[in-house]
Design a protein around this ligand. Structure first.
Ligand SMILES: NC(=O)c1ccc[n+]([C@@H]2O[C@H](COP(=O)([O-])OP(=O)(O)OC[C@H]3O[C@@H](n4cnc5c(N)ncnc54)[C@H](O)[C@@H]3O)[C@@H](O)[C@H]2O)c1
Length: 351
């Protein structure tokens, strides 16, 4: 094996796409998926790569500094791609401390594990931290977040991600740890946990349940197909400049209400329902506190310097996503029923 990479949060939504891409495209890399399997971690996301010879899973919590030290010492990683996090804004409003622990303390634990293991010998080493555009705060009607936009987080989630970004940069500045960061806009695609807007609404439309839209529905987000995020991480990991930050986005802004209406129409077509039937499920609900009005990311640096751009349009990506959920009803059922939590025990009991 030419390289060992620890990918944290590999059983989650984006992490599973990153693990799949690296395991499949780089058979000479040893990929270690480090994940605590919280409610958001689901090893069934990785069934197609779990028996690959260059893949290994480690059930480890990034809050457990001792376990991290043991794993780093045993596997001697060349790089870390860090995605493990508490990631849901609504949950952060209910339990901010969980976000401080995992996103801030967990990240510092990982930085310490890498720093100790590499012991100043940084040749060929990299700590890649995956972050979000939410650290930049909210925009008015115009303008974009660039890599130099001042941090201005508003939710406990974005505040904890901002703090973790600062720690990663501080370890770069203070200890010369080789680091790189990327901040990405909202992702969508297969294997997305159905508490987030797009999979939640697909599931609700299938089951004719209400589609709760916050406030006036005019909140605007930039959406990126998850496989394009994974491709961007691959490019940045291999060719990005050390100590640098790259914004990743879809150049694709949608208000929530326009997005929901597009989903309803695509789903009506596929479910053989009459046009407009699913739109009747839309219900406006009380706004989320501290709700950022508009996010829009300028990903032109990544395009200019490393040649990356999204591979699918939003309409194509959304159609692919809906088709995936419609033909993976078992996955959706397992997740919504909670049965996926047993997968680890079943899977690893066999071995
Ligand atoms: N989802 C998005 O739209 C988006 C956009 C930009 C950036 N990000 C960032 O990308 C990363 C992944 O996001 P996601 O949507 O895939 O999240 P996710 O919630 O789907 O997955 C998170 C994973 O981390 C694991 N995890 C949580 N706490 C852990 C701990 N203490 N120790 C070890 N593992 C733990 C979970 O089990 C899960 O597998 C996060 O850092 C997030 O901030 C997400």
């Amino acid at each position: 094996m030419s390289k060992t990479i620890i990918i944290t949060g590999g059983a989650g939504f984006i992490g599973s796409h990153v693990v799949r891409l690296f395991v499949s495209n780089y058979p000479d890399y040893r990929i270690i998926n480090l994940d605590a399997l919280t409610y958001a971690g689901n090893l069934a996301n990785l069934r197609d790569v779990e028996s690959a010879p260059n893949y290994r899973f480690s059930k480890t919590n990034i809050l457990d500094a001792e376990a991290l030290a043991t794993l780093f010492n045993e596997t001697k990683p060349d790089a870390v791609i860090h995605l493990a996090a508490e990631s849901h804004v609504d949950r952060s409003i209910l339990s901010p401390l969980d976000f401080v622990y995992t996103n801030v303390v967990g990240t510092v634990n990982l930085l310490n594990a890498a720093k100790t293991q590499w012991a100043g010998n940084y040749e060929g080493k990299l700590f890649y931290h995956v972050s979000t555009d939410e650290v930049y705060g909210a925009l008015g009607e115009t303008g974009f977040f660039t890599e130099t936009t001042r941090y201005d987080p508003h939710s406990p989630y974005s505040a904890s991600k901002a703090a973790s970004d600062h720690f990663v940069r501080a370890y770069g500045d203070t200890y010369d740890l080789p680091i790189i960061l990327s901040n990405c806009s909202n992702n969508y695609g297969p294997y997305h946990f159905p508490e987030k807007l797009i999979p939640l609404f697909i599931n609700n439309i299938i089951n004719r349940k209400p589609l709760p839209v916050y406030g006036d529905g005019l909140y605007t987000r930039d959406w990126l197909f998850v496989k394009d995020h994974a491709r961007a991480i691959d490019v940045i990991f291999h060719r990005g400049k050390k100590s640098d930050t790259y914004n990743i986005g879809g150049f694709n802004e949608w208000t929530n209400i326009a997005l929901v209406k597009l989903m309803c129409s695509l789903m009506d077509e596929r479910l053989g329902r009459s046009e407009g039937e699913s739109e009747k499920l839309i219900t406006y609900v009380k706004d989320r506190p501290g709700h950022d009005r508009r996010y829009a990311i300028d990903a032109s640096k990544l395009n200019r310097e490393l040649g990356w751009s999204p591979s699918v349009t939003f309409e194509e990506g959304l159609a692919q996503t809906i088709d995936w959920y419609l033909s993976n009803g078992d996955w959706l059922k397992q997740v919504t029923s909670g049965d996926y939590m047993n997968y680890y025990d079943q899977q690893y009991a066999k071995r």
